[in-house]
Design a binder for this molecule. Sequence first.
Ligand SMILES: O=C(O)CCC(=O)C(=O)O
Length: 284
Amino acid sequence: MKLSKVQIESYRQQGFLLLENVVGVDLLVELRAAIARFVEQSRQVAASNKVYDLDPSHSAALPRVRRLKDPHLRDEVFQRLASSDTIVDPVCQLLGGTVRFDHSKLNFKHPHSAAEIAWHQDWAFYPHTNDDILAVGVMIEDCRLESGPLRVIPGSHRGPVYDHHHNGTFTGAIAEGDLGNLPDSAIDLVAPAGSISIHHVRTLHASTNCSADTTRPLLLFSYAAVDAFPVFAAYDLDEYDARILRGQAVRQGRMEALPIRLHLPQKPGADSIYDNQAVRKNGG
Ligand SMILES: O=C(O)CCC(=O)C(=O)O
């Protein structure tokens, strides 16, 4: 699928796009089946691990997966979608002609359980030499206001990079007070199953809990321009280059004068956004 000039300009100005009914029904059925298999397998798992981030209420009887980590490594259908023209074509247009797949995750919100995501900017988690980086959210089910949709603040990708620390440790959450009345202008990205959202790496975003009776799964894929090199990260070069979906490997990055913050120190072993952000909420 190809974005129009108007859509590209809107992304440049607003820092996000919502595209309805992009992923077809057959693929949605396959994705749901894969997700159901992982949820079923989570019954055998008692604590969060490399694959699952589990809600504290998770049990074999009532599985409560908050996140399936790196779904593109777990089932071919996620990999296929992440590298499909359906997704990568518009991403390529927005990133200026090259695309490197960065990472994926599948976030669940279960009815009435705590899976709130506090305001944050992805840029605070992974600063790069330039900000031609974005995340695509695939709505696996219809996403309504009560599902706890992704919320974005239009134009915030051109504003400051906020402090995501609490008491000197990186929590991945901005203190509400730091944002003033910005959250009043938030847009809720509600759309039918198969729709996708795209948000810029510096766009402020968050989501509330799910007050619906059905679970909200949101599949997220992140992509970067090939010449956006990560700051403070080391990769295996072959693996890094193998993730290029559009364009050629380059050895010279594009450095832009952008504000960045250090995403360190982090609590050792803390890889759950839910637990890390809760530190700020609970004042730990
Ligand atoms: O699942 C959501 O609603 C938002 C997720 C998010 O922003 C993240 O995982 O960084």
